[in-house]
Design a protein around this ligand. Structure first.
Ligand code: AMW
Length: 183
């Protein structure tokens, strides 16, 4: 199953097989929909090679990654009715990285969209905290977190999306990418 046209070799995001979630590829880079988006249209851009740090990338991978960020960012901003973008990389575990595979977050933003969470910059806490950390959302039994001294979080907010929902979004975004100018 793939949102992309034609046969696609398996694509891994860290140890996760994410082929059905991928909506755009280049020779060195892929773009996938998020299991647990912070806001609608929150997608990820990764190099095809599974390496943890930006400094592990070749110059060609680095430039292809950012060119893809630029093009996919333009597309999600248009499709999700944004007026700005957060583009973020947590480069290494001590910077909050939870999947050891380089990835740029792209999050479409609009005025006052996180006012109910404390304001525009609340996105950084959300990225850094449990809401962006799916390993925990998938693996943790309710209550374990609290036992370890972390604050309780809303269970609904932690729920990962179904494969069907992600595939439907990936198919829609693959079609939208075809409308984007190459440069
Ligand atoms: W990091 O905290 O490493 O900067 O961000 C990890 C991101 O990867 C989060 O946004 C999280 O929701 C996302 N994520 C984790 N596992 C998957 C997966 N299997 N498919 C899609 N996105 C994932």
């Amino acid at each position: 199953m793939s949102a992309l046209k034609g046969a696609t070799a398996p694509i891994y995001f860290g140890s996760f097989l994410v082929t059905p979630q991928v909506f755009h590829t280049t020779p060195l880079t892929f773009a996938l929909v998020n299991l647990k988006p912070i806001l609608p249209g929150h997608v990820l851009i990764s190099p095809r090679r599974v390496v943890p740090r930006v400094s592990d990338l070749t110059p060609a991978e680095t430039s292809d990654l950012f060119l893809t960020v630029r093009r996919v960012g333009r597309m999600v901003e248009r499709v999700y009715g944004g007026s700005s973008l957060n583009i973020a990389v947590q480069d290494g575990v001590d910077a909050g990285q939870s999947v050891a595979h380089v990835h740029a977050h792209i999050i479409p933003r609009r005025a006052a969209d996180l006012d109910h969470r404390g304001g525009t910059d609340a996105v950084y806490d959300m990225l850094d905290g449990e809401e962006g950390d799916v390993g925990k959302a998938l693996g943790e039994v309710d209550g374990e977190r609290e036992k370890r001294g972390f604050p309780a979080v809303d269970n609904e907010a932690r729920k990962p999306r179904s494969l069907e929902e992600m595939v439907a979004e990936a198919e829609m975004l693959a079609r939208e990418m075809e409308k984007e100018p190459v440069d």
